[in-house]
Design a protein around this ligand. Structure first.
Ligand code: SPV
Ligand code: MN
Length: 623
């Protein structure tokens, strides 16, 4: 039977009409195959209309996946207590003949597809299936990638309406031409709290060949929201094949002198200050998680893949995060997940106000001192509790940059990690290759609660993207190094470290200092301030920072603080080069020779400097 005929039989007339109006035979084939396989009780197809979006919001409440909170348009959603983060162990890239890739969890494609098909056979028999259309990137632009999502979770569909641009009309416009991503998700059987029950059968499988991701027996957004991290694996693969960059990066504009705006992307591992950097209140927020960077007419142009934020809520407080705080306390559409709720109000760890002694949270009914099955005390909210909200509600959003089909011209790229003892707070690479290798490819960071597993362990995390890597790292790095060939002027590359400590373990910087580093980087992109040349790149001069600290934060910045922060730590830097070189030689392999050459040059400069100035080099010695 033809797919459309099949769909005409399975769907009611109203839903069928919506599908038929999209003239794309691959879409019809996919829908017919999967709807037949999932066997939902009911199917709802979402167009771009406000009514259809409202239907999804309402169904999230009706099915109990979300509950209303006191503030209008606010809801709360809970994931299973053991389903609170991305599940790396059960996420795999499907490869032909079981090919293995360094640092990537892979699974034989045939086996993986078979397993998924079995797990999903009839899995929606008591459920309603939502068929939703969205696009990645701004609509009708070089960045646009259409995508279709099948899910039995109204919460997942609802989240996508907040986070992505609607795509039904785009599918109709493109018709047979549409080359699109496909996502199939089922939360599986639910328990009485409406959270996924069969976590032992949780799987996220990524099929690069069909550009399809399957996700089952999980609800946590990082595993289930197709257009977010599942799609990211697919876009990295496309980007490497087509010569552009798909990155785990925020996008923001930094206000320079005389009305100048310079755009930056920034890559940080999860929970390392990425969102808070993008949201510095007086700068221009464009995106906080995923960026596409495409060469257009010799310039690197960047766009936010999304239009909303799935942000970490722990630690958001009125003093340090006034903008987020205000948004979270206004009656705009927000889904809170895995927070504490008492009398219809949400609470979270380290929010800077008093938290009730009991209520409901990700563990069910909660009281202070409650322990989990492993004997660990359960905090009021989960460390990875989140809020989902559209960017349009932020007072500092740069809407023009967000919706511009041409994206914005990129002035700089920032790499940062959680590093206690090696990198200075900010520095600029000598050139593209130096930045790509010593700042991007060499990025290491301590692990955090954003993934299941142990925290605080220093881990190799090139470009903060390792969790999502879907191609051989040698190809990914090679594509980065070649990217400059498409450009007349490459963006400058910077490295930052917000987590540097002294020998007693004390933080050397305040949370807000990042706002000063941003201003310095903005000036450097245009050559407006001088810098000190060190073996590892250019660092700021004391005078410039002292002025910027006064102007930006109204703070005195003394020479002692500067000297401690910007001392070049030669032994740690040399040890890092050793580690990184070893990883690329032994664990990655076949990496472009340039990478080793750039590392070798850096080692030489460090050894030479050590001969002259010793192990710990004051920035004043290099001026
Ligand atoms: C991250 O962990 O990098 C996130 C949240 O942005 S998640 O969607 O879980 O990936
Ligand atoms: Mn992320």
């Amino acid at each position: 039977m033809e797919p459309l005929e099949k769909l005409a039989r399975i769907l009611d007339e109203e839903q069928f009409k919506k599908v038929e109006a999209i003239k794309n035979s691959e879409l019809h084939r996919f829908l017919a195959e999967w709807i037949e396989h999932l066997k939902p009780r009911k199917v709802f197809v979402c167009t771009d209309s406000e009514e259809d979006e409202q239907y999804v919001r309402w169904k999230a409440l009706y099915y109990g996946e979300e509950k209303m909170l006191e503030t209008p348009n606010h809801t709360v959603h809970y994931d299973n207590y053991y389903d609170q983060a991305r599940d790396k162990a059960n996420t795999a890239i499907l490869t032909l003949n079981g090919e293995k890739l360094p640092f990537i969890n892979t699974k034989d494609r045939e086996e993986g597809l078979k397993e998924i098909k079995e797990l999903m056979n009839g899995i929606m028999k008591d459920k309603e299936l939502f068929v939703c259309f969205f696009v990645l990137g701004p609509k009708n632009s070089v960045f646009t990638i259409p995508a279709v999502q099948l899910t039995d979770s109204a919460y997942v569909a609802h989240s996508e309406f907040i986070l992505y641009r609607k795509g039904y009309e785009e599918f109709r416009r493109l018709g047979e031409e549409t080359r699109f991503f496909k996502f199939v998700h089922s939360e599986g059987e639910l328990d009485e709290r409406k959270t996924s029950r069969n976590l032992d059968k949780r799987r996220v499988y990524i099929d690069l060949i069909d550009e399809t991701v399957y996700s089952v027996n999980t609800q946590y957004g990082g595993n289930t929201i197709g257009l977010k991290k599942p799609a990211f694996r697919l876009t990295i693969n496309r980007a490497v094949k087509e010569g552009w960059l798909s990155e785990h990066m925020f996008l923001m504009g930094v206000n320079g002198p005389n009305g100048r705006v310079t755009y930056f992307t920034g890559a940080f591992p999860s929970m390392c200050g990425k969102t808070s950097t993008a949201m510095v209140p007086w700068e221009r927020l464009v995106g906080d998680d995923l960026s596409f960077i495409i060469p257009v007419n010799g310039k690197a142009r960047a766009a936010n893949v999304e239009k909303g934020v799935f942000g970490i809520i722990q630690g958001v407080n009125p003093k340090d995060d006034p903008v987020i705080w205000k948004v979270l306390h206004s009656p705009v559409e927000i889904i809170f997940s895995n927070v504490l709720v008492k009398d219809g109000k949400p609470y979270w760890n380290e929010m800077g106000v008093e938290i009730p002694e009991e209520g409901e949270n990700h563990s069910g009914r909660w009281w202070r001192g409650k322990k989990d099955a492993e004997g660990n005390e359960i905090p009021p909210s989960h460390k990875n509790a989140r809020f989902t909200v559209s960017l349009e509600h932020f007072p500092n959003v740069d809407l023009e940059a967000l919706e511009n089909p041409c994206g914005v011209e990129l002035g700089g790229i920032i790499f940062g990690g959680r590093d206690a003892d090696t990198w200075p707070p900010v520095r600029e690479a000598f050139d593209w290759d130096h930045g790509v290798v010593t700042l991007g490819a060499a990025l290491e960071s301590e692990t955090t609660a954003a993934t299941l597993g142990k925290e605080g362990v220093r881990a190799f995390n090139p470009m903060a993207i390792l969790d999502f890597m879907s191609v051989h790292l040698k190809d990914y790095i090679g594509n980065y190094l070649r990217f400059k060939e498409h450009l007349r002027r490459a963006p400058k590359i910077f490295g930052v470290n917000y987590f540097l400590r002294d020998e007693n373990g004390n933080w050397l910087n305040h949370k807000l200092d990042k706002a000063v580093w941003l201003k310095w980087m903005e000036l450097r992109v245009h050559g407006d301030v001088d810098a000190i040349e060190t073996p590892i790149g250019y660092i700021p001069k004391y005078e410039d920072l002292a002025r910027l600290f006064r102007e930006v934060l109204n703070k005195e910045y003394n020479k002692e603080a500067y000297e401690k922060q910007f001392t070049i730590r030669v032994p740690e830097l040399l040890a890092k080069i050793e580690r990184i070189e070893k990883i690329y030689r032994e664990k990655v392999g076949e990496v472009p020779e340039e990478l080793f050459k750039v590392l070798e040059e850096e080692r030489k400069r460090l050894l030479e400097a050590r001969g002259k100035y010793g192990d710990y080099i004051s920035p004043f010695a290099l001026e």
